[in-house]
Design a protein. Structure first.
Lengths: 277, 307
């Protein structure tokens, strides 16, 4: 047990520094929030007001009137959920196959897949765009979903999980004459639940915040996801920061709310590996 | 016998059903693009035409001799990467040590605050920082003025813009890596510290003699990860300055996208992509080797009985 009285001066210096740091971490979010509630007049006042003296919500309404914000939202949520559900499933089943089935060249293939982790996907984007354009897949929901359907890191994670899983469970199913797919769906998949929830958050955030690929592969307004839509809105109306801040606020508030309710899952899911991009 | 064969068929069907689509996906989204980027880098391939000519290493030579923007982008990226990696490492280590010293409740609260940018879209983060940096109406200049300093141009200055963009990136990622390092610190055996307490070691000594060496591999992991992120520096740059003023904030990835997507020059953008990939591999390798070498030295000196 830690005793409070044991804290030395270093503890308090650290605490004070962390409190000061917290101020800088929260400041941009606070500024975004209050800027979106200020009137245009108040927004450009110098020195700026530290909170909205007159609370107005017109900027939110004007955002909704100027861009199909709801549409962006639905696009982001729909592609996010589809990609995540499919991605979790493919990670699990591919990881399972590499962990529990012997077949020719298994280890070599797995090593090759692992080596792909070293290659940053940004580097492949121009030729991937060319390939998608040749196949006439660009500017469709196809490019917003299918490229996210398999995740190397997810495969790696799930294989590790299934390698550590004792064979006994699966052998019991064998005796019952269970089919292979059924055995995976009924036994192996549900068993990985704790791992899958972390993977779920990891994959969802990867799609939801994805910017570069949707930016280059999609050009029609109807297909924009939130990051691309808001970025386009910014290059269009960059001088009207009340609108930009209102749009940004609407984009991030739901995520912050979900994050605050399941902080542990988010931290686990996102630090399970991979990079924020 | 027949039963066995039937079962084998079921097994093979299952394997085929899983590995077949997986192979097609990898072929489409990984193998062909990877193969293409290598082949294109030796050609004059253009987005709009299907035929192309092999030009040897010309695209690579062009990058380093005939394209001033690439040289600038290369320098800027390396500089940004050095700044981002060093500050991210220092800040995340300090924060991790700080968080590690707290009780459970406080640690959770501070983790929430510092981790927050990691769940937020980089686009939204960049936009609010743009507003904070605003020359005439920004909060930062208001604070400077209130303190009696002259207003700064920030993103519109060739001298300040790149650093300002790096600050955004560091702010956005160091909390994430602090949490990664914190997990490593918390897995250190408490007995180690108790033994040091008996020896009368202070907090600083314990941090440098016990904590740091024991989480060395995690620090290297963070260094490699943040190096990759830093070399892929893109979103804040694209949104806030798009390489301007002049080419003072041009970074490699932005130059690749400009040439490859905007100008449809696939051959050249592929060559730059390969260069970028090699640079990242090179830096990752150095960090990895530096991490390994110390281990080996330790082992060797221990064998000789020096330590």
């Amino acid at each position: 047990m830690k005793q409070r009285s044991k804290h030395g001066i270093g503890y308090y210096i650290g605490l004070i520094l962390m409190i000061i740091g917290s101020f800088f971490m929260i400041l941009p979010f606070y500024w975004m929030l209050i800027s979106s509630f200020k009137s245009q007049n108040e927004l450009l006042r110098m020195p700026p007001t530290l909170y909205p003296h007159k609370l107005v919500t017109t900027s939110f309404k004007r955002v909704l009137d100027s861009i199909p914000f709801i549409r962006y939202y639905i696009n982001s949520l729909a592609t996010g959920i589809i990609n995540t559900v499919v991605g979790v499933f493919t990670s699990a089943i591919i990881g399972f196959v590499f962990a529990k089935y012997e077949f020719k060249g298994r280890n070599v293939v797995f090593m090759i897949i692992l080596a792909f982790i070293m290659i940053p996907y940004e580097v492949l984007m121009v030729p991937l765009y060319k390939l998608m354009a040749t196949l006439k897949f660009t500017n469709s929901y196809f490019v917003l979903t299918v490229p996210y359907f398999v995740n190397i890191f997810g495969i790696f994670l799930m294989r590790q999980f299934y390698v550590d899983l004792p064979n006994d469970y699966l052998e019991a199913a064998d005796v019952d004459g269970c089919g292979h797919l059924k055995r995976f769906m009924m036994i192996a998949f549900p068993m990985a639940k704790p791992m899958l929830s972390a993977l779920f958050i990891y994959l969802f955030m990867a799609t939801y915040n994805s910017y570069l690929w949707p930016l280059i592969s999609v050009s029609s307004n109807d297909l924009f996801t939130l990051p691309v839509g808001i970025a386009a809105f910014f290059s269009d109306r960059g001088n009207q920061m009340d609108l930009i801040m209102a749009a940004s606020t609407m984009m991030i508030v739901p995520i912050i709310i979900v994050f605050s309710f399941s902080q542990k899952n988010f931290v686990e899911g996102l630090t399970v590996g991979g990079i924020k991009g | 016998m027949g039963d066995r064969r039937k079962r084998n068929r079921g097994r093979n069907l299952f394997l085929l059903g899983v590995l077949g689509p997986t192979f097609i996906w990898f072929l489409l989204f990984f193998i062909i693009p990877l193969f293409s980027v290598i082949v294109y880098s030796f050609t004059n391939a253009h987005m709009a035409y299907s035929n192309f000519k092999f030009v040897g290493f010309d695209q690579y030579i062009k990058a380093f001799t005939r394209d001033a923007t690439f040289i600038t982008a290369f320098k800027n990226t390396v500089m940004a990467a050095v700044v981002i990696v060093i500050f991210t490492l220092i800040l995340s280590l300090l924060l991790a040590a700080g968080l590690n010293s707290l009780g459970d409740k406080m640690r959770e609260i501070f983790t929430f605050i510092y981790f927050l940018p990691s769940v937020i879209s980089t686009v939204a983060i960049s936009l609010v920082w743009d507003w904070l940096y605003s020359r005439n109406y920004g909060l930062f200049n208001a604070i400077l003025k209130a303190l009696g300093f002259p207003a700064q141009p920030f993103l519109t200055s060739t001298k300040q813009a790149l650093i300002c963009l790096c600050v955004i990136q560091i702010w956005a990622i160091f909390g994430y890596y602090a949490v990664v390092l914190l997990a490593a610190m918390r897995s250190i055996d408490k007995n180690m510290y108790e033994a040091a307490d008996i020896d009368g070691a202070g907090g600083t000594a314990k941090f440098f003699r016990i904590t740091l060496p024991l989480i060395k591999n995690n620090i290297i992991f963070v260094a490699i990860m943040s190096t990759t992120v830093a070399f892929m520096f893109f979103t804040p740059v694209k949104l806030l300055t798009d390489g301007t003023p002049g080419t003072s904030t041009m970074v490699i990835l932005l130059h690749i996208m400009n040439k490859g997507i905007k100008n449809s020059d696939m051959g050249y953008s592929s060559a730059m992509s390969i260069i970028l990939m090699l640079v990242i591999l090179f830096f990752s390798l150095i960090q990895w080797i530096l991490g390994r070498e110390k281990d080996d030295l330790d082992k060797r000196s221990r064998k000789r009985g020096k330590v």
